[in-house]
Design a protein around this ligand. Sequence first.
Ligand code: MCA
Ligand code: AMP
Length: 517
Amino acid sequence: MDNHNLFAALRAAFPADLDATAVETVGGEHAGLRYSWRDLDRASAMLANLLDSLQLPAGSRIAVQVDKSVEALMLYLATLRAGHVFLPLNTAYQAGEIEYFVGNAEPAVVVCSKANFGWVSKIAFKAGTRHVFTLDEDRSGTLLDRAAHHSDVHTPALRQADDLAVIIYTSGTTGRSKGAMLSHGNMLSNAQVLRQYWGWRPDDVLIHALPIFHVHGLFVAIHGALINGSPMLWLNRFDPRATVALFPRATVFMGVPTLYVRMLAEPGLTKQQAAHMRLFISGSAPLLIETFDEWKQRTGQTILERYGMSETVMITSNPYPADPRFGGQDERRGGTVGFVLPGVELRVVDDAGAPMPVDEIGGIQVRGPNVFKGYWRMPEKTAEEFTADGFFKTGDVGRIDARGYVSIVGRSKDLIISGGYNVYPAEIEGCINEMAGVAESAVVGVPHPDFGEVGVAVVIAKPGASLDANQILAALKARLANFKIPKRCVVVPELPRNTMGKVQKNLLRDQYKASFA
Ligand code: MCA
Ligand code: AMP
């Protein structure tokens, strides 16, 4: 029987010379380390053997909230290899958020930083987790200590394409976060399609500067390099100057728009500096046409924008080489997210689900081997998000032009995308509304020069109560991940409402749109 374990496919793509460099760390205090392909293989084997030794039930969740490091990447590979389910968590999450994820996913193993061990282990043990390990950026912690006692040879666990490989939590428009369940097959199919579509070459070198707890950094970037046997120049933290300095040694870069905006502020960003690069990819948030144009002018290179979701991995992309399905056009068009990827189906529909004509705006739905298996332990929610004929409702609003280019023009979901991270107003409003003296609140997204979009909280006090905007923000900071904290808070006497009594967020967005101009 064939093994559909994603790790097996990634391992099969390692180059013949296992002593060649697979990852080199650059920038920051942990720079200058080289990991060969053999190192990746052996270390992930030791970690997989450690997981095997715990005799966990099949499909156990391995929840991981650690700073970015190559060892964290090895833990991801080891989890796939051992056939368990990887559950990455943003390092910005606070205790209340972690408590929810751990309670909901019931992981068998939790890995956290040494600094957080006290509170994370308390939450984990309360939720029934038996094993809590630590892992720090400097390669210290109990996880590696324990793995050191295990063999560096390991046969990947037998997995079917449909078997669960990862759970990625995405916030909900209403209620709590949902765990999107992705299978080995979802991710492998997407990695193979992107390898082809983006014309990966044998001599490619990827600059990896994104966090590895979300789809962009973990799947699009890492799978992209590994499935092509390509080395990575690895930054634990994005640093615009250090990144630009790497261009002469690399060929591919992936980033959210904020990364491009920050690099454009670097005087060293020139055509000559970027001459060795063959591909700049942007996604996770809308890339402003100004950024697209300025990048072209400064570097002579055209950013390739693509579109995806945690639930679907990548859905569309501008073409790299010409796409014969669309008449062999090879133009990367700013303001669009390009063509639907081969093997994926995308349609734009009206509220009743009927397909919209060319150029007309509607809801985007997708179907294909990349589309997830559903939300963890939420069958009703899953059923609501799929149509009878198996299309997933993305919640994004867009159109397709006559040439096949897809553009995202908005979202039907109430979502703010800030520096590539998703922020759900309902979650922030819920926290604010629980504060003493607050009658109600509305959080809206407004333009921001660095993060693209940020939240502004508009708060109403209860009769007789007096509220301090700074205190509201400080109280939020103690409860929520830092990127979710609105960048501005105002206390006002009332919220604008329509005749149905619904808060008119569009008016608030308009009123506060110049807050960061
Ligand atoms: C940091 N801060 C932010 C954000 N990041 N505020 C709003 N939005 C953000 N994204 C705030 C912190 O709260 C802090 O505020 C201050 O900025 C400095 O924090 P620091 O951690 O030093 O920030 P940074 O290191 O400069 O981080 C900025 C960043 C980072 C590098 C742009 O946000 C980032 O790596 N973003 C990439 C996200 C990503 O990978 N998304 C992919 C999702 P204070 O000092 O007040 O506390 S995957 C996805 O969307 C789909 C599937 C797809 O299509 O890819
Ligand atoms: P996530 O929940 O982190 O998976 O975020 C997915 C959402 O990010 C999508 O539903 C889109 O709203 C948004 N997104 C991703 N890529 C792009 C893009 N290139 N342009 C506009 N929005 C994007």
